[in-house]
Design a protein around this ligand. Structure first.
Ligand code: COA
Length: 260
Protein backbone atom coordinates (compact mmCIF):
# COMPACT_ATOMS: atom_id res chain seq x y z
CA UNK A 1 0.00 0.00 0.00
CA UNK A 2 1.24 3.52 -0.79
CA UNK A 3 2.53 5.62 2.08
CA UNK A 4 -0.25 8.02 3.22
CA UNK A 5 2.31 10.79 3.77
CA UNK A 6 5.45 11.28 1.69
CA UNK A 7 8.38 13.35 3.00
CA UNK A 8 11.15 14.54 0.67
CA UNK A 9 14.07 16.67 1.80
CA UNK A 10 15.95 18.88 -0.65
CA UNK A 11 19.62 19.87 -0.49
CA UNK A 12 18.44 23.43 0.16
CA UNK A 13 16.99 22.36 3.53
CA UNK A 14 13.34 22.24 2.49
CA UNK A 15 11.09 19.38 3.63
CA UNK A 16 8.25 18.68 1.20
CA UNK A 17 5.40 16.84 2.92
CA UNK A 18 2.74 15.37 0.61
CA UNK A 19 -0.64 14.09 1.78
CA UNK A 20 -0.87 10.96 -0.33
CA UNK A 21 -4.36 9.50 -0.24
CA UNK A 22 -5.71 10.83 -3.56
CA UNK A 23 -8.31 8.04 -3.69
CA UNK A 24 -9.83 9.56 -0.51
CA UNK A 25 -9.08 13.14 -1.64
CA UNK A 26 -6.29 13.23 0.98
CA UNK A 27 -8.80 13.03 3.84
CA UNK A 28 -7.30 13.16 7.33
CA UNK A 29 -7.71 9.77 8.98
CA UNK A 30 -6.68 9.30 12.61
CA UNK A 31 -3.48 7.52 11.52
CA UNK A 32 -2.60 10.37 9.13
CA UNK A 33 -3.24 12.95 11.85
CA UNK A 34 -1.03 11.18 14.37
CA UNK A 35 1.75 10.95 11.79
CA UNK A 36 1.28 14.61 10.77
CA UNK A 37 1.67 15.67 14.42
CA UNK A 38 4.79 13.54 14.84
CA UNK A 39 6.28 14.92 11.62
CA UNK A 40 5.56 18.52 12.62
CA UNK A 41 7.47 18.07 15.87
CA UNK A 42 10.34 16.30 14.11
CA UNK A 43 10.70 18.93 11.37
CA UNK A 44 10.37 21.77 13.87
CA UNK A 45 13.36 20.47 15.83
CA UNK A 46 15.47 19.42 12.82
CA UNK A 47 18.25 22.00 12.39
CA UNK A 48 18.87 20.88 8.81
CA UNK A 49 15.36 21.96 7.79
CA UNK A 50 14.97 25.66 6.93
CA UNK A 51 11.43 25.60 5.56
CA UNK A 52 8.54 23.16 5.19
CA UNK A 53 6.11 22.77 2.31
CA UNK A 54 2.81 20.94 2.72
CA UNK A 55 0.97 19.77 -0.38
CA UNK A 56 -1.39 17.05 -1.57
CA UNK A 57 -1.31 14.31 -4.20
CA UNK A 58 -3.74 14.57 -7.10
CA UNK A 59 -4.79 17.48 -9.23
CA UNK A 60 -8.17 18.56 -7.84
CA UNK A 61 -8.14 18.39 -4.06
CA UNK A 62 -5.50 19.46 -1.53
CA UNK A 63 -7.43 17.93 1.36
CA UNK A 64 -11.11 17.03 1.83
CA UNK A 65 -10.88 17.40 5.62
CA UNK A 66 -11.60 14.84 8.30
CA UNK A 67 -12.02 11.28 7.04
CA UNK A 68 -15.80 11.16 7.01
CA UNK A 69 -15.96 7.44 6.23
CA UNK A 70 -13.81 6.64 9.26
CA UNK A 71 -15.88 8.99 11.45
CA UNK A 72 -19.17 7.46 10.32
CA UNK A 73 -18.22 4.20 12.03
CA UNK A 74 -17.43 5.87 15.34
CA UNK A 75 -20.19 6.61 17.90
CA UNK A 76 -20.13 10.23 19.13
CA UNK A 77 -19.17 9.14 22.64
CA UNK A 78 -16.07 7.38 21.29
CA UNK A 79 -14.96 10.04 18.82
CA UNK A 80 -12.79 11.99 21.30
CA UNK A 81 -9.47 10.42 20.22
CA UNK A 82 -10.29 11.12 16.54
CA UNK A 83 -11.07 14.78 17.26
CA UNK A 84 -7.99 15.09 19.48
CA UNK A 85 -5.86 13.59 16.71
CA UNK A 86 -6.96 16.13 14.08
CA UNK A 87 -6.73 19.12 16.46
CA UNK A 88 -3.38 17.84 17.73
CA UNK A 89 -2.03 17.57 14.18
CA UNK A 90 -3.19 21.05 13.21
CA UNK A 91 -1.86 22.63 16.44
CA UNK A 92 1.49 20.87 15.92
CA UNK A 93 1.68 22.32 12.39
CA UNK A 94 0.86 25.80 13.70
CA UNK A 95 3.77 25.50 16.14
CA UNK A 96 6.48 24.55 13.65
CA UNK A 97 9.30 26.96 14.48
CA UNK A 98 10.17 27.73 10.86
CA UNK A 99 8.28 28.99 7.83
CA UNK A 100 5.63 26.65 6.41
CA UNK A 101 4.21 27.08 2.92
CA UNK A 102 0.99 25.31 1.98
CA UNK A 103 1.10 24.46 -1.73
CA UNK A 104 -2.62 23.99 -2.27
CA UNK A 105 -2.70 21.79 -5.35
CA UNK A 106 -6.51 21.85 -5.26
CA UNK A 107 -9.53 22.51 -3.06
CA UNK A 108 -9.58 22.36 0.74
CA UNK A 109 -12.59 21.71 2.94
CA UNK A 110 -13.16 21.48 6.67
CA UNK A 111 -10.10 20.15 8.45
CA UNK A 112 -8.17 20.42 5.18
CA UNK A 113 -8.61 24.19 5.22
CA UNK A 114 -7.97 24.30 8.97
CA UNK A 115 -4.64 22.55 8.31
CA UNK A 116 -3.82 25.08 5.58
CA UNK A 117 -4.70 27.92 7.98
CA UNK A 118 -2.07 26.61 10.40
CA UNK A 119 0.62 27.24 7.75
CA UNK A 120 2.27 30.64 7.25
CA UNK A 121 1.62 31.02 3.52
CA UNK A 122 -0.98 29.46 1.25
CA UNK A 123 -0.57 29.39 -2.52
CA UNK A 124 -3.61 28.15 -4.41
CA UNK A 125 -4.42 27.09 -7.94
CA UNK A 126 -6.92 28.42 -10.45
CA UNK A 127 -10.13 26.36 -10.33
CA UNK A 128 -9.79 25.36 -6.67
CA UNK A 129 -12.14 26.39 -3.91
CA UNK A 130 -12.00 26.45 -0.13
CA UNK A 131 -14.64 26.12 2.55
CA UNK A 132 -15.34 25.43 6.19
CA UNK A 133 -18.46 23.49 5.31
CA UNK A 134 -18.97 21.67 8.62
CA UNK A 135 -22.34 23.30 9.41
CA UNK A 136 -23.65 21.54 6.34
CA UNK A 137 -22.70 18.24 7.98
CA UNK A 138 -24.38 18.92 11.32
CA UNK A 139 -21.14 19.80 13.09
CA UNK A 140 -18.95 22.93 13.14
CA UNK A 141 -15.26 23.63 12.61
CA UNK A 142 -13.44 22.06 15.56
CA UNK A 143 -9.75 22.20 14.70
CA UNK A 144 -9.06 25.91 14.88
CA UNK A 145 -11.26 27.14 12.03
CA UNK A 146 -13.54 29.43 14.06
CA UNK A 147 -10.47 31.01 15.67
CA UNK A 148 -7.86 31.20 12.89
CA UNK A 149 -10.11 32.19 9.98
CA UNK A 150 -11.55 35.36 11.60
CA UNK A 151 -8.06 36.35 12.78
CA UNK A 152 -6.83 35.97 9.20
CA UNK A 153 -9.64 37.46 7.10
CA UNK A 154 -11.82 39.31 9.64
CA UNK A 155 -15.03 38.38 11.41
CA UNK A 156 -17.46 39.39 8.64
CA UNK A 157 -15.87 37.29 5.89
CA UNK A 158 -15.26 34.40 8.32
CA UNK A 159 -18.94 34.41 9.31
CA UNK A 160 -19.89 34.32 5.65
CA UNK A 161 -17.73 31.25 5.11
CA UNK A 162 -18.40 29.44 8.40
CA UNK A 163 -22.07 30.19 9.22
CA UNK A 164 -23.20 29.75 5.62
CA UNK A 165 -20.79 26.88 4.93
CA UNK A 166 -19.93 28.60 1.64
CA UNK A 167 -17.23 27.27 -0.64
CA UNK A 168 -15.38 30.23 -2.17
CA UNK A 169 -13.03 30.30 -5.15
CA UNK A 170 -9.27 30.45 -4.68
CA UNK A 171 -9.30 33.91 -6.28
CA UNK A 172 -11.89 35.18 -3.78
CA UNK A 173 -9.88 33.57 -0.96
CA UNK A 174 -6.80 35.44 -2.19
CA UNK A 175 -8.72 38.72 -2.28
CA UNK A 176 -9.70 38.11 1.37
CA UNK A 177 -6.03 37.63 2.32
CA UNK A 178 -6.31 33.88 2.79
CA UNK A 179 -3.88 33.12 -0.02
CA UNK A 180 -0.61 34.71 -0.97
CA UNK A 181 -1.21 33.94 -4.65
CA UNK A 182 -3.33 31.90 -7.03
CA UNK A 183 -1.57 30.42 -10.05
CA UNK A 184 -2.34 27.95 -12.85
CA UNK A 185 -1.70 24.39 -11.56
CA UNK A 186 1.35 23.96 -13.82
CA UNK A 187 2.95 26.99 -12.16
CA UNK A 188 2.38 25.97 -8.53
CA UNK A 189 5.83 24.45 -8.03
CA UNK A 190 7.55 27.53 -9.47
CA UNK A 191 5.45 29.84 -7.31
CA UNK A 192 6.37 27.89 -4.18
CA UNK A 193 10.04 27.81 -5.22
CA UNK A 194 9.88 31.60 -5.61
CA UNK A 195 8.72 32.02 -2.00
CA UNK A 196 11.35 29.50 -0.81
CA UNK A 197 14.04 31.51 -2.62
CA UNK A 198 12.86 34.69 -0.87
CA UNK A 199 12.96 32.87 2.47
CA UNK A 200 16.45 31.53 1.70
CA UNK A 201 17.69 35.11 1.39
CA UNK A 202 16.48 35.90 4.92
CA UNK A 203 18.20 35.05 8.19
CA UNK A 204 16.50 31.83 9.37
CA UNK A 205 16.46 32.74 13.05
CA UNK A 206 15.05 36.17 12.26
CA UNK A 207 12.21 34.55 10.32
CA UNK A 208 11.53 32.02 13.10
CA UNK A 209 11.60 34.68 15.83
CA UNK A 210 9.40 37.07 13.85
CA UNK A 211 6.94 34.20 13.33
CA UNK A 212 6.95 33.49 17.07
CA UNK A 213 6.38 37.18 17.85
CA UNK A 214 3.40 37.32 15.49
CA UNK A 215 1.89 34.06 16.78
CA UNK A 216 2.44 34.74 20.48
CA UNK A 217 1.57 38.41 20.21
CA UNK A 218 -1.68 38.18 18.29
CA UNK A 219 -3.75 37.05 21.28
CA UNK A 220 -2.55 39.48 23.93
CA UNK A 221 -2.97 43.19 24.66
CA UNK A 222 -0.65 45.51 22.74
CA UNK A 223 1.74 46.22 25.65
CA UNK A 224 2.25 42.50 26.20
CA UNK A 225 2.67 41.95 22.46
CA UNK A 226 5.33 44.66 22.33
CA UNK A 227 7.12 42.99 25.24
CA UNK A 228 7.09 39.67 23.36
CA UNK A 229 8.39 41.43 20.24
CA UNK A 230 11.26 42.98 22.20
CA UNK A 231 12.17 39.61 23.72
CA UNK A 232 12.39 38.07 20.25
CA UNK A 233 14.20 41.11 18.82
CA UNK A 234 16.85 40.91 21.53
CA UNK A 235 17.70 37.37 20.44
CA UNK A 236 18.41 38.59 16.90
CA UNK A 237 20.42 41.51 18.31
CA UNK A 238 23.07 39.19 19.71
CA UNK A 239 23.18 36.84 16.72
CA UNK A 240 26.07 36.33 14.30
CA UNK A 241 23.60 36.85 11.46
CA UNK A 242 22.91 40.38 12.65
CA UNK A 243 26.64 41.19 12.38
CA UNK A 244 26.77 39.54 8.97
CA UNK A 245 23.70 41.48 7.79
CA UNK A 246 25.25 44.82 8.76
CA UNK A 247 28.65 43.88 7.31
CA UNK A 248 27.14 42.70 4.02
CA UNK A 249 25.16 45.94 3.76
CA UNK A 250 28.33 47.99 4.29
CA UNK A 251 30.25 45.87 1.76
CA UNK A 252 27.37 46.08 -0.75
CA UNK A 253 27.06 42.29 -1.13
CA UNK A 254 24.36 39.74 -0.35
CA UNK A 255 24.60 38.42 3.23
CA UNK A 256 25.66 34.82 3.94
CA UNK A 257 23.49 33.85 6.88
CA UNK A 258 24.38 30.81 8.97
CA UNK A 259 21.44 30.70 11.36
CA UNK A 260 23.62 31.54 14.36
N1 COA B 1 -13.44 11.62 3.92
C1 COA B 1 -13.38 10.38 3.41
N2 COA B 1 -13.47 10.12 2.10
C2 COA B 1 -13.65 11.18 1.28
C3 COA B 1 -13.73 12.50 1.74
C4 COA B 1 -13.63 12.70 3.14
N3 COA B 1 -13.66 13.94 3.68
N4 COA B 1 -13.93 13.32 0.67
C5 COA B 1 -13.96 12.52 -0.42
N5 COA B 1 -13.80 11.23 -0.04
C6 COA B 1 -13.82 10.05 -0.89
C7 COA B 1 -15.19 9.84 -1.51
O1 COA B 1 -16.05 9.21 -0.60
C8 COA B 1 -14.85 9.00 -2.70
O2 COA B 1 -14.65 7.67 -2.31
P1 COA B 1 -15.27 6.44 -3.17
O3 COA B 1 -14.47 6.47 -4.45
O4 COA B 1 -14.97 5.25 -2.33
O5 COA B 1 -16.71 6.74 -3.37
C9 COA B 1 -13.49 9.55 -3.14
O6 COA B 1 -12.97 10.24 -2.02
C10 COA B 1 -13.63 10.55 -4.25
O7 COA B 1 -14.61 11.50 -3.87
P2 COA B 1 -15.58 12.19 -4.94
O8 COA B 1 -16.59 12.97 -4.19
O9 COA B 1 -16.05 11.18 -5.91
O10 COA B 1 -14.49 13.13 -5.67
P3 COA B 1 -14.69 14.54 -6.36
O11 COA B 1 -13.35 14.87 -6.90
O12 COA B 1 -15.85 14.51 -7.30
O13 COA B 1 -15.08 15.56 -5.18
C11 COA B 1 -14.81 16.65 -3.05
C12 COA B 1 -14.14 15.86 -4.19
C13 COA B 1 -13.72 16.88 -2.02
C14 COA B 1 -15.35 17.98 -3.58
C15 COA B 1 -15.97 15.81 -2.46
O14 COA B 1 -15.52 14.49 -2.24
C16 COA B 1 -16.47 16.35 -1.14
O15 COA B 1 -17.25 17.29 -1.13
N6 COA B 1 -16.01 15.75 -0.01
C17 COA B 1 -16.42 16.16 1.34
C18 COA B 1 -15.66 17.40 1.73
C19 COA B 1 -16.17 17.94 3.06
O16 COA B 1 -17.33 18.33 3.20
N7 COA B 1 -15.29 18.00 4.03
C20 COA B 1 -15.61 18.56 5.31
C21 COA B 1 -15.21 17.61 6.36
S1 COA B 1 -15.68 18.28 7.93
Amino acid sequence: MAEPIIVERTDAGVAWVTLNRPEARNALSKAVNLELARLARELSGDRTVRAVVLTGAGDKVFCAGADLKERKGVPAAESGPYIDAISGAIEAWARIAKPVVCAMNGSAYGGGLELALACDFRIGVVGAEVGLTEVRLGIMPGAGGTQRLPRLIGVAAAKEMILLGRRVSAERAASLGLMLAVVPPAELRAAVDGVLAELAACAPRSVALAKAAIERGSDVVLDEGLRIERQCYDVTLFSADRDEGLLAFAEKRPPRFTGR
